[in-house]
Design a protein around this ligand. Structure first.
Ligand code: MN
Length: 247
């Protein structure tokens, strides 16, 4: 089995090293990750300059681009053969609800999925998360499951793991995405040269977080697995917009 790993926190991130370590022995592992933290990069491709690929002492490849660039160039040119699976992460922090729209971790997995490869995004759901080994064991379990019994349909899974010792983790729960409150406003401040600058504010707290959501599962200490799709069409609004256009 050929396994492609990437992330959005950068090729040096402990979560990525933990992922590679946890999956060791399951197949031929290649790591292609951004050269710096690109959290929040979403599904962006770099189109205005060429990309360079270099190799770190760890053997990991790193790219001066986005998570999407990494998976795209790995799959469409860098690797001799297509990977059987793409695993992204382990992200330092949750990717639940609306986070998935902005997440570079989810984007790296999405790129694999869009290129026809089963893909998994892994996130350790805590600020300053520490239990990467727990998340690594979950990643290994999921990849082993793919090896044993590949799903019949193309699959994109978004996985969030509570930041707990492995023995304290609850079961795996298949969930839907919850929703967050509106993000906090930008923070206006002054840089050392006296210019006004703005920091994007923090994500909002969980709002739609009832049973069945990713937020709920993680709050209960369970591992959340959400199958994602990428079609952004709002089918219910097709007749509504059609009618509106005729008014
Ligand atoms: Mn990140």
């Amino acid at each position: 089995m050929r396994i492609l790993l990437s992330n959005d926190d950068g090729y040096f991130a402990p979560g990525l090293a933990a992922l590679a370590e946890a999956l060791a022995g399951l197949g031929e592992i290649t790591v292609v990750a951004p050269e710096r933290d690109r959290s929040g990069a979403s599904n962006s491709l770099t189109l205005d300059r060429p990309l360079s690929v270099r190799r770190a002492a760890s053997g990991f490849f790193f790219v001066n681009g986005t998570p999407t660039d990494c998976v795209h160039l790995a799959v469409t040119g860098l690797l001799d053969k297509l990977p059987d699976i793409v695993v992204s992460g382990i992200n330092h922090g949750a990717n639940m609800g609306d986070d998935t729209i902005y997440s570079g971790t989810v984007a790296a997995a999405t790129e694999g999925y869009l290129l026809g490869i089963p893909s998994i995004a892994m996130s350790l759901a805590a600020r300053g998360a520490t239990h990467f080994a727990s998340a690594g064991r979950i990643a290994r379990t999921l990849v082993e499951r793919f090896q044993r019994n590949a799903p019949s349909q193309p699959t994109l899974l978004n996985v969030n793991i509570p930041d707990l010792p492995f023995e304290s983790l609850g079961d795996i729960e298949v969930t839907r995405l919850g929703k967050r409150h509106k993000a906090e406003g930008v923070v206006k401040t002054t840089n050392p040269r006296g210019d006004t600058v703005y920091w994007i504010g923090a994500a909002g707290g969980a709002q739609d977080a009832g049973p069945g959501t990713d937020f709920h599962a993680v709050a209960q200490g369970r591992v959340s697995v959400t199958p994602l799709r990428i079609d952004l069409t709002h089918p219910d609004q097709i007749p509504v917009v059609r009618a509106w256009l005729q008014t």
